[in-house]
Design a protein around this ligand. Sequence first.
Ligand code: HEM
Length: 214
Amino acid sequence: MKVWISQKISKNWREYKRPLGSILHPLVHIGSILPYVVGLWDFWKNNLGANPILEITQRTGRTAIILLMFSLAVSPLRLLLNWPQINKLRRPLGLYAFSYAAVHFSIFIVLDYGFHWQSILQEILNRKFILFGFTAGVILLLLTVTSLTFFLKQLGKRWKKLHRFVYAAGALAGTHFILAVKPGVLRPWYYAAVMFILLAFRFPPVQTWVKKKA
Ligand code: HEM
């Protein structure tokens, strides 16, 4: 009976994973654009609380890290569920993550510091959490630029190696989040735990274990 059920499930899964993969593509775009729409709506309606700049900074930062985690989850899910179709989702998720990180950084430069480059540099060098966020942001920028078709062709096999830096960006962004909030606040630790699991999938013994299970 148990074998029959598991055979039935895996047969159904084989049939549905391809169409499900195509449905996920537009859902990724809608879900990633939604935080922009909600943010603009709340801005329009004056719904951003007592400190709108901080609110928008935190919202864009959280959205960036969530989308980054989704993009890092693609490979483990592909292996676990034997679902090659979802590979296509990694690129848009990574690009949307970068777009939120770019808005997050722009708010810091434009609204927090009014393009005062000396103060911005001082903040980056003197405040650890800013330095971690900035380094993560620079890596995401590098990965976004090299995702252009031109660089894909130019870099060839080196492209894959370079794009492994996304894991460093994940670790740095998680640390940035932990250091950005007051000590004792648990929220960033939940994100860090998920990030840790996703990064653990990078290690060859874990990958071998996953491949055996799949
Ligand atoms: C590029 C340079 C970056 C700068 C200058 C920067 C700056 C900031 C600032 C000023 C805050 C608000 C801290 C507070 O609550 O007082 C913040 C929070 C945050 N940032 Fe960044 N950040 C950067 C990059 C990033 C990146 C790349 C990510 C994620 C991919 C990120 C994710 C977050 C998160 C999750 C928070 C906390 C949101 C919350 O409190 O709920 N940041 N950042």
